[in-house]
Design a binder for this molecule. Structure first.
Ligand SMILES: [Zn+2]
Length: 87
């Protein structure tokens, strides 16, 4: 399990004010919008430093976690929210 996934699974400790999800709502801990919010996406792009395949794979794992906590997935919108933007 990657460090990022482990961080997502851990209790919400966010001393740096990073745009991370609050679970099980998956809303951003900072701006309260649906995560990944625009700032959260920017942070993720920075974390993966141009590795779009790695970012897409990570977000696929995150989607797998989120789909069990966010229901129902109306019209498959969660795929777009969590994965499509990584392209
Ligand atoms: Zn945010």
């Amino acid at each position: 399990m990657s460090a990022l996934v482990e961080r997502l699974l851990s209790p919400p400790v966010n001393p740096g004010g990073r745009h991370q999800p609050a679970r099980p709502s998956w809303d951003c801990q900072v701006c309260a919008g649906p995560w990944p919010c625009p700032a959260g996406r920017t942070e993720l792009h920075g974390t993966f430093a141009g590795d779009k395949v790695g970012l897409s794979m990570h977000m696929g794992v995150v989607l797998h976690l989120a789909v069990h906590e966010i229901s129902p997935d109306v019209d498959g919108q969660l795929f777009g929210r969590f994965v499509t933007w990584t392209r």
